[in-house]
Design a protein around this ligand. Sequence first.
Ligand SMILES: *Cc1c(COP(=O)(O)O)cnc(C)c1O
Length: 390
Amino acid sequence: MTLLDVARARHDTPGCAEVVHLNNAGAALPPAPVLDAVIGHLRLEARLGGYEAAAAAAVKVDAVYEAIARLIGCLPGEIAVVENATRAWDMAFYALRFKPGDRILTSRAEYASNVIAFLQVARRTGLRVEVVDDDEHGQLSVRDLERRLDGDVKLVAVTHVPTQSGLVNPAAEIGRLTRAAGVPFLLDACQSVGQLPVDVRELGCDLLSATGRKFLRGPRGTGFLYVSERLADTLEPPFLDLHAAIWTSHDAYEIRPGARRFENWETNYAAKIGLGVAVDYALSWGVEAIEERVTALAARLRRRLGELPRVTVQDHGQRLCGIVTFTVDGESAADVHHRLGAAGINTSVSAVTSARYDLGGRGLAAVVRASVHYYNTDEEIDALCANLQY
Ligand SMILES: *Cc1c(COP(=O)(O)O)cnc(C)c1O
């Protein structure tokens, strides 16, 4: 494994000179090539006109799909580029049809927006939402999933890496079970894409959602949906427009083939081009090398936090990633976050309302989240810990 050139990574990242950025699970610092691509396209729009700039940049726009396809091991036609991961996930989820008695299996780690959508559709249709147990490590129990997977299960929807802890759920094992059972598998890969290898064929998922701004280091307001070729043309998107479908005669339309039926017409071209550049930039480092560096930094941070008397590390799971969560005795997560912010250290707070099945189940109202990326350093981790020395 090649050692990642951290000095070059920091040199490429203007924000590294300004802040200690440990909020990469919120929005990572973009590298200069992403910034240049976005600003460059905005300038082109201002000079030529928006439509004319999009036409002039058509090759770059196509390259976005090719880059994402290389990143997650699929075909460019299996990708829809949309505004964010939530919209991507929703377009897939609300395309599925449920009837009373159908069941959805999900994880304790599940993200609030996903659960809210389950509950809305459950109210409308009478489907049942079941939360699969965790195993003794705190990850989704593959055995419990297998036990629950029967003919009434119409969807398995799992969060790969949750927003609120360092856990990596065993997605490939889940994919093996859903494939064997013939049940669609929707993977929320919002926090895993960009920080660890995600290959849709290896994971066996049929649908996958991700965002641009987190570990991929892309612009805000970008995301994408993977829909397997096998499934795409069988799914009717919840919204259609003149990009997702063609008005073919007075009272008829045809839905576009492939994943792009999940897109809509108007888009932020500058951000979309920036997303493609961010993906290429991640691939230029190598996602394996990124994971190795991120995992090592996070392990160091957990170890250091574990030595501090009032601090409790709250991560659990067999395989851990770059998200580190903790609580401090006698100081609320929000107060810790604000105090660190005043010292120039960016972190964030995960509250129970983001992850009720998980944090609620563990009796935690909120945790502080410090999420590292490969451009962070040991010195930055030490700076965080120095501020937690009570
Ligand atoms: C951030 C996050 C989302 C939502 O992503 P957006 O791009 O903000 O829509 C979904 N799932 C998980 C696990 C997340 O952490």
